[in-house]
Write a protein that binds this ligand. Sequence first.
Ligand code: ANZ
Length: 805
Amino acid sequence: MVQRYNPNHIEEKWQKIWDEEKTFKTTMDKSKKKFYALVEFPYPSGQGLHVGHPRSYTALDVVSRKRRMQDEVVLYPMGFDAFGLPTENYAIKNKIHPRIVTENNIANFTKQLKSLGFSFDWDRVVDTTDPNYYKWTQWIFIQLFKHGLAYKKEFPINWCPSCKVGLSNEEVVNGRCERCGTPVEHKIRNQWMLKITEYADRLIDDLAEVDYLDHIKQQQINWIGRSFGAEIDFAIKDHDKSLKIFTTRPDTIYGATYMVIAPEHPIIEELKMEIKNIEKIEEYKDFANKKSDFERSEMNKDKTGVELEGIKAINPISGEEMPIWVSDYVMITYGTGAIMAVPAHDERDYEFAKKFNLPIREVVAGGNIEKEAFTNTETGTLINSDLINGLEVEDAKKKIIEIIEEKGIGHAKKNFKLRDWVFSRQRYWGEPIPMVYCEEHGWNPVDEEELPLKLPEVENYEPTDDGSSPLSTIESFVNTTCPVCGGPAHRETDTMPQWAGSSWYYLRYMDPDNDKALVGKDEAEFFSPVDWYNGGNEHTTLHLLYSRFWHKFLYDLGVVPTKEPYMKRTSHGMILGENGEKMSKSRGNVVNPDEIVANYGADTLRTYEMFISEFDKSVPWSDQALSGVRKYLDRVWRLQDILVEGNEHSKDMEVLVNQTIKKVSDDIEALKFNTAISQLMILLNSFTDKGQINKKEYETYLILLNPFAPHITEELWETLGNKVQLANQNIWPIFDETKLLEDTVLIPVQVNGKVRGKITVPRDTDKDEIIRLSQEEENVKLFIEGKEVVKVIYVPGKILNIVVK
Ligand code: ANZ
């Protein structure tokens, strides 16, 4: 009997070897195929690693380890996205410098990650808060500025009164701060903005080149929200002014029965002498101003609005006179802030028209507008529409656009929901924005030679009450000289959002120590693009959007060789608490990975996380399943008890072994880790049932299991007398196509639809021979003797059916 399986001892031993020998160090070797696997780098919080982290990290570790054994150059790096609010808040509360907090947290994360045996190249760790890293984040910002893609703007920002920080739209969920839940207010500030809108088309169109899960692609498309339509001018009656609207349905112009403008629309001010009920309108503006955009755009909320008395608009196609209303369901920030309302074919207009008794005129036949708006554009024919009667929707759109373009009162127009990216944060723990303001020369970037522009030491990181960054109180930081004239100037004191550092980190991994460029040409050429990026479902839409934007900009600059950063993007499901709820301290259902490693071993935790469910599904934690996996590894260990000599797969196991090689290889690439592991369990059962495994078979088994459970397999591999580690050998087995099927098959023989016997025959036996053999079976004979055989059906390799009378 061999000794019991003792994971802690084995795991420590191999982790030490990997560390000392730098087993997973990646070196460029242009003669080989490269594979770049990327997982979202963690925010090193004070809580340490969560059991959710290893789900993603193990998955791509499995793929990476397999690819190394297939002789590819694998880059599988890790780093820390370490700027951000929780650290800053912790620092404020506990009066510790955020740098120290970050260092401690990173040290803890590193220890935890190493204890799980991930095959990261630890020489390539990046830390977004390291000045040698953020030097390049600042450099990118300066390039954006130089190319007109960063600009300053007075902007009503979403302001969280509790975190005292400006939030991007994405950080506002249902009108509340995403982090703390406090209702968000609006505050006007002078903000740095990035012109992501300039890349909107490319951010949609280039998705055709990448392999992202469908829903991930769709989220990108929806967020950018491109729509095609027209801008049309509606004249104001007896006036030289006109109202410009944006519509995606120019075909419905004959059905427009009124106009609506946003409460903030400037025409109110311009025509206030003509508007008879201007006081009422002003009152309505105040009322609308108190609501968030979210509240205003909610579908089912009661519509409100006031008609502008004293002015009318003219439909430029039908010549009809139309009332103009102001209502907060029209946003000033989208399109032109004004619409032609077509209640028969738009739900919001329909609700509004019903409430205020405005006419509803059907112009696309096909629905029942007594009941609801008919919004289908696939079917339906234009009616009540003079010039376009009888046309289909798409043709009618084209026709109206032609007409308005001819008349010079409008044109085809593309619109986007995407807004420019608010890039300023009024906090300490972020990258300083490297810009200087001089009365005479305005905003200019810091000299590139001066980068990194380091965060100054401060006593106090608390944000100020007026909303400016803590950096604004440090005179030695604020006061500087103008890069253009050398005269007195002051620095920008806002910092960058946390999204900044994570928008390009995958590039730095390729060449982390380069002090001349953010990434060397050669390295970028060799490692780009990321072949496979896996991450969670939270925050992905924006992270992908922002990093794709920066990447495209760097591509335009010639810094990177590919249009897209990530070729393939997948995501994993969450690991929930044992009670099925999201793990959280307050719910008391958090599982600590350190304890699992101590009690069961890292190999068990890894294999368990890959085994518990389909990779993209959320799944509750299960101690029972965990100990099941541990028992499985115990059995793998005990195969030593039935080990015999042998340099080839034995005949009776050959087929199952080949099937397993094929299944495990395919399943790993398809993210079907759970079925790969079940196949390995099936194979294990066969060896135990047989009571024997030979050396060659054991070795094959260890190679296939190694990506999941790297420590136990290296240990056993060594025990079998192998001197060279599995990890870096070109050793992944190739299955033998001819050995995937058993040589013999078992054929059930039916007589009149009932199974009366079974025969075992070589797979390629022909029909006549099978019939002959079946009739030698005693029991079959019994049922056909003396009867007339009217039909014999043979499904090759499956079943024989004899029909008798
Ligand atoms: C007339 C019309 C008729 C419309 C119809 C729709 C259906 P997307 O697809 O999101 O781009 N709209 C335009 N600007 C708006 C604003 N600032 N606030 C609120 N709604 C606005 O939607 C474009 C449609 O949303 C536009 O097309 C306009 O209504 C409305 F049968 O014009 B439509």
